[in-house]
Structure formats: C-alpha cells, structure tokens
Design a protein around this ligand. Structure first.
Ligand SMILES: NC(=O)c1ccc[n+]([C@@H]2O[C@H](COP(=O)([O-])OP(=O)(O)OC[C@H]3O[C@@H](n4cnc5c(N)ncnc54)[C@H](OP(=O)(O)O)[C@@H]3O)[C@@H](O)[C@H]2O)c1
Length: 305
C-alpha cells in the first residue's frame, strides 16, 4: 500500500514509518516545511490548509498523527496551539482527501483517551460518553473534524490513544531518571487510573485499523490492564530495583504544572480496549511489569506481522 503519514517526526510517527517500510509499504510523509519536501514527502500548510500535491499518484491509506505536544504549561496560548494544530488541520486534510479524484480507502486519525476526562474508577469503553473540560472538548472537536472524510465514503478510525510507553521519549523517558535515582513516587493520592499502551503495540493497533475492512469509528488504543498511579509507581520501582518512597502532593503538582497537572497527571481514566478485545486483538504487552521489563532492557526489533 501507499500510506500517507502526518506527524512522522514524532514519537509514534518515527516508529510507525520504520515498521510500515519494513513491512513493504511505501510511505509518503506530510511535512510542514517546503525545504523537507521530496518525492517521499508532501508539503502541507497546517495553518492555511494548502497541499503541494498534484493528485497524480494515488494513496491507499492515511495515518494522521500531527499535533502540538500536550506536555508543558497550559497557558492560554499553549491551549490554543494544542487545539488549533488538531481541529483545523484535521478538517483541512479530510476535505482535501474527500476532494481527491481517487480518495484513499481508510484514514486512521489520532485522538486521545483525554476524550473521557477525569472519571475515577469507572471502566470506559468506546460507547462511554465524553468527559468535561479542555481535553475532552478538544478530542471531541478533533474527532468531529474527520466528518468530511467519512461523508466522502472514506473509512475513518478515530484512535483514542492512551499513554504511550517507550524508553525513547514521552512519559516513561521522563520518569526513568528520577526513578533510577530512587526519587520516584506516586502522584497525589495515587488512586488515579493510567491507561497505557507500549509503542509497538500501538503500531500493531494502527496496522490492524488499516487492514480491518469493517472497522470504523472510535477505537480505544490502550492495553487491557489500566493501573492506578500507585500501582504504576510500585511496578516501575520494582523493575528498576529502586524504592519509591516519595509522594508528590496534589497541590505541588498543580503548582508546578498548572492545569496540565490537574487535567493530565491527577486525572483518572480507566480506559478499556473493548473493541480490540472483542476482535481478539493480541497485545504483545498486556501486563505492565512484563512491558516495563522489556522496554527498559530494550532490544529493538520490528513487531511481527
Ligand atoms: N504519545 C502519547 O502518549 C500520546 C497519547 C495520546 C494521544 N497521542 C496523540 O498521538 C499523536 C502523535 O503523538 P506523538 O507522541 O508521536 O507526538 P509528538 O512526538 O509530539 O509528535 C507529533 C508530531 O506532530 C507534528 N507537530 C508538532 N507540532 C505541531 C503543530 N503545532 N502543528 C502541526 N503539527 C505539529 C510534528 O511532526 P512533523 O514535524 O513531522 O510535522 C511532531 O513530530 C498526537 O496527536 C498526540 O496527541 C499521543
């Protein structure tokens, strides 16, 4: 297949592209600088919605991952960038795909478990309603922005991605050093659920979404074992053979990280992969301890086809 990928330089995109190429697909990247454009990279303007694309070559599938990182202090300007880098560009991309002479058959579009908001220990499947607050609002608008593609008959899968685990970046890389120094500890009361997935399992879920003809709509991309922050903390400490005696109090998290602290680090979302489970999807890492053991003694390999 020829597969168009946005956000290809990111944590997920880099690994996805290398796996897709190893599996024999031709990957075209969407790039945000004309300087990077080539026969393998198409320029798109995320602000204006323009594409340097002559529509001569057909594409079979699209994986849309681009968006401003949600990490960092959520000032009003940062929140605007988080929203505006997702909602408008997704709409523009979908309108562009819908208008192609020969549209791709499938679009796998990133969304996030942030869709569900702060929900205590309520199990959350794809049929659960959205939560309230900034991330649920952005996620809803982001998913709704794929409507033009759906209307054009493109099969759209909205991947509600949980916390992606890889030692190369993101949450696990940020936690590894303090935990290795014996400074790890739970956040707040530690009762908040964390819904996680290893990066290679996520890549396998994306492949599954690309290849499953009958699959459309929201798909929770999380492992079948969401854990509380206290369990995550204990497990990471055990894997690294370090004690985890500390607690970062909730007020300190709010002070240090502002709204991102309360809406992301202290919020609880116990998200279940209902649709993947029903389909019999096989996770390489369903168990957190085994996942962390593998990741932190990483021997890079391409997930099996
Ligand atoms: N990692 C996670 O734990 C996680 C969890 C839930 C959801 N997700 C979602 O999955 C997607 C990919 O995640 P990731 O971890 O790979 O993110 P990432 O490492 O931050 O990469 C995102 C990519 O998006 C592009 N980008 C950055 N800023 C942008 C902006 N202002 N406007 C448009 N594009 C921009 C960049 O790619 P180019 O330079 O190639 O354009 C960047 O490498 C994101 O939408 C993210 O919200 C990730």
């Amino acid at each position: 297949m020829t597969i168009l990928v946005s956000g290809g330089s990111g944590l997920i995109g880099r690994r996805l592209i290398s796996c897709l190429e190893q599996w024999g697909h031709r990957v075209l990247r969407l790039v945000r600088s004309r300087d990077l454009a080539s026969d393998r990279a198409v320029y798109w303007s995320t602000s204006e919605g323009g594409f340097d694309w002559d529509d001569s070559g057909s594409i079979d599938a699209v994986v849309h991952l681009a968006g401003e990182s949600i990490l960092g202090r959520w000032t009003e300007a940062k929140k605007a960038r988080i929203r505006d880098s997702r909602v408008g560009p997704t709409g523009n991309l979908c309108a562009f795909l819908a208008g192609m002479a020969s549209p791709p058959s499938v679009l796998v579009c990133a969304s996030a478990t942030g869709f569900y908001g702060n929900r205590g220990d309520e199990p959350l499947g794809e049929a659960s309603p959205p939560g309230e607050g900034f991330l649920p609002r952005v996620s809803r608008q982001w998913e709704a922005a794929t409507e033009p593609a759906r209307d054009a008959g493109i099969r759209v899968v909205n991947l509600r991605i949980g916390m992606v685990l890889t030692p190369e970046g993101g949450a696990l890389a940020a936690m590894r050093t303090p935990f290795r120094l014996g400074l790890g500890g739970k956040v707040g009361d530690g009762r908040q659920y964390m819904s996680w997935i290893t990066r290679d399992d996520l890549v396998s879920v994306i492949r599954y979404a690309l290849e499953s003809d009958g699959l459309a709509g929201p798909l929770n991309a999380v492992s079948p074992q969401p854990v509380t922050n206290a369990e995550f903390t204990r497990t990471l400490g055990r894997v690294l053979h370090r004690p985890t005696p500390f607690t970062v109090p909730a007020f300190a998290v709010r002070l240090l990280f502002g709204q991102m602290g309360s809406d992301l680090l202290l919020a609880s979302a116990r998200v279940e992969p209902d649709r993947l489970r029903e389909a019999g999807f096989r996770f390489a890492h369903a168990d957190l301890e085994a996942a962390l053991n593998d990741l932190l003694q990483a021997k890079p390999s391409i997930p099996a086809r």
